[in-house]
Design a protein around this ligand. Structure first.
Ligand code: EPZ
Length: 455
């Protein structure tokens, strides 16, 4: 049954539950979208509430399924979660944290990677934890060796089971540690922060991730009473404390979603105002956006994005912050298929994050993926198999096709591709998008996209 999007939104049906979108492309997207708090901060700050003895309030929490997964995992552990005093605010009362039962945890883990970050807080609160196997986007094998090595250094006993990981403190209190990450992993840095703040003694973390979402998590923990010093050269020193209190915090905006809408404006030759977007956290993206032929205007309450004449080819290498985010490359690649010349996107963070380009080639794009990068000899990134490159030659008109969404950010790029292509494309598996993009159909409608929801 084909439901015009306005009807689908009007009667409040939960969008994107296994839906297929029939998207008619070839017209510029124009309008305003407002981005809420960052998916990759809000979910972590929610876990941090477990560490507090009193109530925490998190504001600007996006209504996405990754948040729902973490909410239900907190509730399974006895945290009472309720709506706050403004839209998008959640209140967490951790005073009755208790051990949950395995089947309950597993039922709630969902397709998220966040459960791994419950280890430290649960070990501090309960002396034990069980973390089921993780989900998350299929963009690589997503190992957690950095996490488990760090937890062992804090004194945790880690047992890998077929169904997940069992951890315990063996009755002792976790102690501070000296940890040097092999790679500035965002998740592993968060794991160390969430464990060290209540460990006995001092923890020194080297080669830490320093993404804006990490710095915002540090701000949350500092509000709770943690003592965390951010030093030069990716060093973070945490002095453990006995107790932490709750926090009241407004999440930073979601720069990944903001970059996605900016790329949509670029690809469709449209103009989109992204409310809530801020320049500081997007400096590197804005440089590449401008070099690719984009124009932007930084305003008080957001950023206006549009194309500024012809699209130009660019060479981009993804990297850890402050480099070009790996999450930004997928939506940008769609615009680069329309640029006049040859672009290169070098993915150095994940080993399988260019698979989404298959669908673009099916729609007429000229993209060649080099699974082992473009250069021989010593690799800039010391993990050889993680370097892939996509060579995009444009402009190539895109034509409609039936495509399946592979993962969160790749899925967004498929929607932009369908909005750029002439004709009607059928995009299935769009429910993945509800993991990271709040009110996605409403926003698409707000920028004038022509589509129907097929249930
Ligand atoms: C976070 O993933 C984000 N997810 C990702 O966003 C983001 O792309 C990534 O950081 C990089 O910025 C969340 O915050 C939920 P990593 P994370 O640990 O923490 C390897 C999105 O779309 N690694 O920095 O999993 C890993 O395989 C998602 O919002 C190990 O080898 O990223 C990868 O190659 C996609 N061992 C690299 O490090 C480990 O123990 C970077 O991973 C951990 C990671």
């Amino acid at each position: 049954m084909t439901t015009p999007v306005r009807d689908a939104l009007a009667d409040g049906v939960p969008p994107l539950t296994g839906d297929v979108l029939a998207i008619r492309g070839g017209r510029p997207l124009r309008g305003r979208v407002d981005v809420k708090g960052a998916k990759n901060l809000a979910t972590k700050a929610m876990v941090a509430s477990l560490l507090g003895e009193t109530v925490s309030t998190l504001r600007d929490v996006p209504a996405i399924s990754d948040v729902a997964v973490v909410r239900s995992l907190l509730e399974v552990h006895g945290v009472r979660v309720s709506d706050g005093d403004e839209p998008g605010a959640l209140v967490f009362d951790p005073s009755d944290v208790e051990s949950a039962h395995f089947e309950e945890i597993d039922a709630h883990a969902g397709a998220s990677r966040i459960p791994i970050l419950f280890c430290g807080p649960l070990l501090h609160r309960l002396g034990q934890a069980f973390i089921p196997d993780l989900g998350g986007c299929r963009i690589g094998d997503r190992p957690i060796d950095f996490h488990l090595d760090a937890l062992r250094k804090f004194g945790a006993i880690v047992e890998k089971l077929p169904s997940g990981i069992r951890l315990s403190t063996g009755g002792a209190r976790l102690h501070g540690a000296n940890i040097h990450l092999p790679y500035p992993s965002v998740g592993a840095t968060e794991q160390v922060l969430l464990t060290a703040v209540r460990a006995e003694g001092t923890t020194e973390l080297r080669n830490a991730a320093i993404e804006p979402e990490i710095m915002d998590l540090i701000a949350v923990l500092q509000k709770m009473g943690a003592i965390i010093s951010y030093e030069p050269n990716r060093v973070i020193v945490i002095e453990g404390v006995e107790k932490l209190r709750g926090y009241d915090h407004r999440s930073i905006f979601d720069r990944n979603e903001a970059a996605s809408w900016a790329s949509a404006a670029l690809a469709t030759d449209g103009e989109i105002f992204v409310g809530g977007a801020k320049q500081q956290e997007m400096l590197t993206f804005l440089n590449v956006f401008r070099k690719a032929g984009g124009w932007f205007d930084i305003q008080e309450d957001g950023i206006l994005f549009r194309r500024d004449g012809e699209l130009k080819p660019v060479v981009v290498e993804t990297d850890v912050h402050p480099g070009f985010m790996t999450d930004w490359q997928q939506p940008l690649v769609v615009a680069l298929t329309q640029a006049n010349g040859r672009s290169v996107v070098h993915e150095t963070v994940y080993e399988n994050r260019l698979g989404f380009t298959d669908a673009l080639v099916k729609m007429g794009a000229d993209i060649v993926v080099h699974p082992r990068g473009l250069q021989d000899g010593p690799r800039r990134v010391p993990r050889r198999d993680l370097e892939q490159a996509a060579v995009i030659t444009g402009p190539t008109p895109l034509h409609a096709a039936d495509i399946v969404v592979p993962d969160l950010r790749g899925g967004y790029s498929h929607v932009i591709a369908a909005l750029t292509a002439e004709g009607e494309s059928r995009v299935s598996g769009v429910d993945i998008l509800s993991r990271g993009y709040e009110k996605f159909l409403t926003k698409l409608d707000a920028v004038g996209a022509d589509f129907d929801v097929i249930r």
